[in-house]
Design a protein around this ligand. Structure first.
Ligand SMILES: [Zn+2]
Length: 392
């Protein structure tokens, strides 16, 4: 097996590769239906892709009612690596997750420690026989990224990462091209590729983890803004004289509600004797996490349910503003706190439906992401494949 050495030579070839990625194996006739090329020109471009080895003729054409239909597919040995600050996965060229490892990492430990962990997880996936090597890797980080250089810029919850050449450093270690993006953007791309936002052209994907970010998809494409920081909603002010945020300002959304804020509020409530269940967990573990709050809430604990509902209201206020501004067709809520599930969702929905106008909310689904932890890594693989399946 050799690694991907060729790239599409023109926009037609790039388009054909993306069609094969998104739609799986296709016959020449089916491909012809989707691109505006004459039959002879299509044949030339498909033959070139076969010559480069990026696509192969699939001899095992599945017969559906005796009809041979599938005969071109992406090279089956192509492998992409997708990594966020918690998950590392390997996919094939059609972005199916073949193997997925999850290991809690603290980005505050700095790039060197986190990269060591990511590289050892990648090696583990490779050595388990899922890949001989990687043709490209997509990396998500929980902070603003200058795109396309792949450099985090002053990320509030990632001290030590400012200006670190993530793309260059990992590309050298992995020996393949690397793209880097904000992890909320990647989650949006993942849900768009294989999850709840499939076939939705304009939507918002709000990622609630340690911090809060929002992927903005317009016309099927992630909108990153002029410098790459679009969707950085965690630092929108929700309380004029509110809590101090990691960014140095007061009253930011994520200072009041995020995985970290929820854990801290739960600890305060436990110490104040407001919840016996939370207090028991705090005594046992020495600290609480958002997952603890979710677990205790599922048992019916009123304090935990109240914290989650209040958090949903906070995020909902901000999302209501975004809905009025952007008029999305769908709002997806994802990230580490989706374990908070329907209580959180109910709080968000109540605020958005109350505050935004009927024309914006009349047909607006607000839903939890479908892919869970696979959303970020699928989006990461999609990002690098978009890069590789572009004309050189
Ligand atoms: Zn802030």
């Amino acid at each position: 097996m050799r690694r991907m050495t060729a790239r599409p030579a023109n926009a037609h070839q790039a388009r054909l590769l993306r069609l094969l990625r998104d739609g799986g194996p296709n016959s020449r006739a089916q491909l012809g239906d989707q691109v505006e090329l004459s039959r002879s020109k299509l044949a030339v471009e498909v033959d070139r892709l076969l010559e480069t080895g990026l696509a192969v003729a699939d001899g095992l054409a599945a017969s559906r009612g005796g009809r041979r239909s599938h005969n071109i597919r992406l090279a089956p040995h192509l492998r992409f690596l997708g990594a966020t600050s918690v998950d590392v996965a390997v996919t094939n060229a059609e972005l199916e997750v073949l193997g997925h490892l999850n290991h809690p990492m603290d980005v505050r430990e700095g790039p060197v420690a986190v990269f060591e962990q990511v590289l050892s997880m990648a090696a583990k996936l490779r050595d388990s026989g899922l890949a001989e090597g990687f043709d490209g890797a997509g990396i998500g980080v929980p902070g603003p990224v200058r795109f396309p250089e792949g450099v985090p810029v002053a990320p509030p919850i990632m001290p030590g990462w400012d200006g670190f050449p993530v793309r260059e450093a990992l590309s050298q270690e992995l020996g393949c091209p690397v793209t880097v993006d904000n992890d909320a953007n990647l989650m949006a791309m993942g849900e768009q590729h294989a999850g709840v936002a499939r076939s939705v052209g304009g939507f918002l994907c709000v990622k609630i983890g340690t911090g809060i970010g929002c992927g903005i998809v317009v016309g099927g494409t992630v909108h990153r803004g002029a410098t790459g920081s679009a969707g950085d909603i965690g630092h929108i002010q929700v309380e004029p004289a509110g809590r101090l945020c990691a960014c140095g300002n007061r009253g930011c959304l994520e200072a009041h509600f995020s995985g970290a804020a929820l854990a801290r509020d739960a600890e305060t409530a436990a110490r104040a004797g407001q919840s016996a269940e939370l207090a028991a967990r705090l005594a046992a573990a020495g600290r609480l996490t958002a997952a603890d709050v979710a677990a205790v809430a599922a048992m019916g604990d009123a304090t935990s349910l109240g914290l989650i509902r209040e958090g949903g209201n906070r995020v909902g206020q901000v999302i209501a503003g975004l809905v009025s501004f952007f008029n999305p067709a769908l709002v997806v809520i994802g990230g580490g706190v989706t374990g908070l599930g329907h209580t959180l969702l109910a709080g968000v929905r109540a605020q958005v439906y109350r505050r935004s106008l009927p024309l914006a909310t009349g047909n607006l689904p607000i839903v939890l992401g479908e892919l869970g932890p696979a959303a970020g890594v699928t989006g990461a693989a999609r990002l690098i494949s978009d890069h590789l399946f572009s004309p050189v």
